[in-house]
Design a protein around this ligand. Structure first.
Ligand code: C2E
Ligand code: CA
Ligand code: CA
Ligand code: CA
Length: 278
């Protein structure tokens, strides 16, 4: 048993140092990728369920490695752990805002640009100044920017986070609560957040429209959000029957593969202005 234990420990040590060197390698690669401009943004349309037109887009980051587009699940966590998320987050925000201002210069109707904010960024003292700086640089109206923050990050909030949120709100930037329904926030708590929008997590959409309980939960979230004067976006809408249900439930916006996968900015421009045929 002792022998096993010792082997167990040395194995654990070996894997720890393997893990540590993996972190070092990935950290260096992320830094290089930021300098070499290897990150890219794709955009997923958010449709208004009343007008059936594109109301906004969500910017989603990718890492181009040769021919492969690496999804954020493979590097955001590392960037957070390695203290690189502020730099990456700033790159994302600047890129998304520049794209928005390019679209506006092309004469597209105003649309909302949603950008994901890591919970780690919310704790960073420079965040509010950085956001204001980027908005000033690109000359985009702050109310066209929507920062998406996961419900979990808001619930576990420390005073600095509440202060940062208030300051962002005061700058005129919109705040959306992402992955809503997964973070155990109470109604009372929601009332005090400076958010204007909630995004129903895609896990709830999976059972819509077939399961009664899923339909009821989604309808209840929409009703609750509206009672609190919040707009509602449903994410993960993959089928027309889901879109129909959401429209009937009074949900405001919908996003998902049914409407369009995340795509290059040129393809978004082609969608703007024309209603979704359904
Ligand atoms: P999220 O913010 O919840 O983004 C929605 C994710 O769902 C995206 O995955 C999107 O491609 C995917 N999705 C969209 N429509 C559908 C659908 O109909 N069905 C299904 N099954 N999935 C759909 P993606 O792009 O891989 O991003 C994953 C997560 O990575 C995001 O989740 C977000 O938390 C994070 N992320 C992405 N870009 C950024 C970024 O620029 N900064 C930060 N901090 N996080 C980011
Ligand atoms: Ca999001
Ligand atoms: Ca989400
Ligand atoms: Ca998510």
């Amino acid at each position: 048993a002792k022998q096993n234990g010792r082997n167990g420990i040395s194995f654990y040590r070996a894997s720890l140092s393997a893990q540590a060197s993996r972190f070092v390698t990935i950290g260096a690669a992320i830094r290089r990728a930021l300098q070499a401009d290897e990150f890219e943004l794709v955009y997923q349309p958010q449709y208004c369920l009343r007008t059936r037109r594109v109301a906004g887009v969500e910017a989603l980051v990718r890492w181009r490695q040769g021919g492969r587009l690496v999804p954020p699940s493979e590097f955001i966590g590392y960037a957070e752990e390695l203290g690189l998320i502020d730099a990456l987050g700033e790159w994302v925000l600047r890129g998304a805002c520049r794209q928005l201002s390019r679209w506006m210069a092309e004469g597209v109707p105003p649309l909302r640009m949603a950008v994901n904010l890591s919970p780690r960024q919310l704790g960073s003292p420079g965040l509010v100044a950085m956001v204001r700086q980027v908005l000033a640089e690109v000359d985009v109206a702050p109310d066209l920017l929507e920062l998406e923050i996961t419900e979990g990050a808001l619930v576990s909030s420390e005073p600095e986070i509440a202060i940062a949120l208030e300051a962002l709100r005061a700058s005129g930037v919109g705040i959306a609560i992402d992955d809503f329904g997964t973070g155990y926030s109470s109604l009372a708590y929601l009332r005090h957040l400076p958010a204007g929008l909630i995004k129903i997590d895609k896990s709830f959409l999976a059972g819509v429209p077939d399961e009664k309980s899923a339909r009821e939960v989604v309808a209840a979230i929409v009703a609750m959000a509206h009672a609190l004067h919040l707009g509602v976006v449903a994410e993960g809408v993959e089928h027309e029957a889901q879109a129909d249900f959401l429209a009937r439930a009074g949900c405001d916006f919908a996003q998902g593969w049914f409407y369009g996968r995340p795509m290059a900015p040129e393809r978004i421009a082609a969608l703007l202005g024309s209603p979704r045929q359904a």
